[in-house]
Design a protein around this ligand. Structure first.
Ligand code: UDP
Length: 238
């Protein structure tokens, strides 16, 4: 029977930084907090999540220190899967049904990425956690977030950031005069060279009319609020 409701559907991007709480590996307290916020809104919103892996490995970084880039990128992708399993565990502890789907098949650990099945899971109130990026070197999980959002027909792609609460007119770490913007177009963000989200992700969303919200994880319930549709952070549109 068709279960399709008119609920809001979001694709959330959580970077590896969120999982590590600033250091290498997984910080269970931080992941538990993230899971509880997601659990608080999941009955009202269909949620899928693309998970980063920078708390373990970043391909570009390893390659700058002498590793073959593509092999290093695969290490990066495998790192994201560990974050997926941590998030899955804490979501299940918070009473949320979940499925992990990976772009690289690993059948003992997770389902393989099947977009139509992912949609079906969300319709059944399951949170779908996407791991292993796109399965392709030279991509970032920001770009994967944009692609998955398009493929599963998300209303919004939500980019959760640490240490910054939206898109600024310039890099706030280097320019003290940078101001936070409530909204910006992809074109503007690209022209200004704003790196808060990868250029490839911006351009993929721009070309396909996908809405994006960039917001900060800091602040009471910010994650739950963004998922629920509150207009925090910065909205990016075509
Ligand atoms: N990665 C990749 N292809 C993808 C997604 C990720 O090669 O489709 C690799 C890449 O090396 C990247 C690493 O996985 O540096 C971790 O992902 P990312 O840097 O996007 O994680 P985040 O910065 O969000 O923690």
């Amino acid at each position: 029977a068709p279960l399709r409701t008119e609920r809001r559907r979001v694709l959330l991007k959580l970077s590896g930084e969120v999982f590590g709480g600033g250091s290498v590996g997984v910080n269970p307290d931080v992941v538990s907090g993230v899971a509880k916020q997601i659990a608080s809104v999941v009955s009202r919103v269909e949620v899928s999540i693309v998970v980063g892996g920078g708390n373990f490995f970043r391909g570009a970084e390893l390659s700058s220190r002498g590793m073959d880039r593509t092999r290093a990128d695969y290490m990066g992708m495998l790192g994201t899967v560990m974050n997926c399993l941590a998030l899955q565990d804490f979501l299940e502890q918070a009473g949320v049904d979940t499925r992990v789907q990976t772009a690289i098949p690993m059948s003992q650990v997770a389902e393989t990425y099947i977009p139509r099945r992912a949609i079906r899971h969300m319709e059944k109130d399951r949170v779908v956690i996407f791991g292993a990026g796109a399965g392709m070197p030279y991509f970032s999980t920001d770009t994967v977030a944009a692609q998955r959002a398009l493929e599963i027909h998300a209303d919004e792609v939500l980019i959760a950031k640490n240490g910054v609460d939206g898109v600024y007119s310039d890099d706030p770490r280097t320019n003290p005069d940078a101001v936070k913007l409530d909204s910006i177009t992809y074109q503007e963000a690209l022209v200004r060279g704003l790196k808060v989200v990868d250029a490839t992700a911006f351009s993929l969303c721009m070309d396909n009319g996908q809405r994006m919200r960039v917001f900060g994880m800091e602040g009471e319930d910010n994650l739950a609020r963004a998922i629920a549709g509150e207009q925090i952070g910065t909205i990016v549109t075509a």
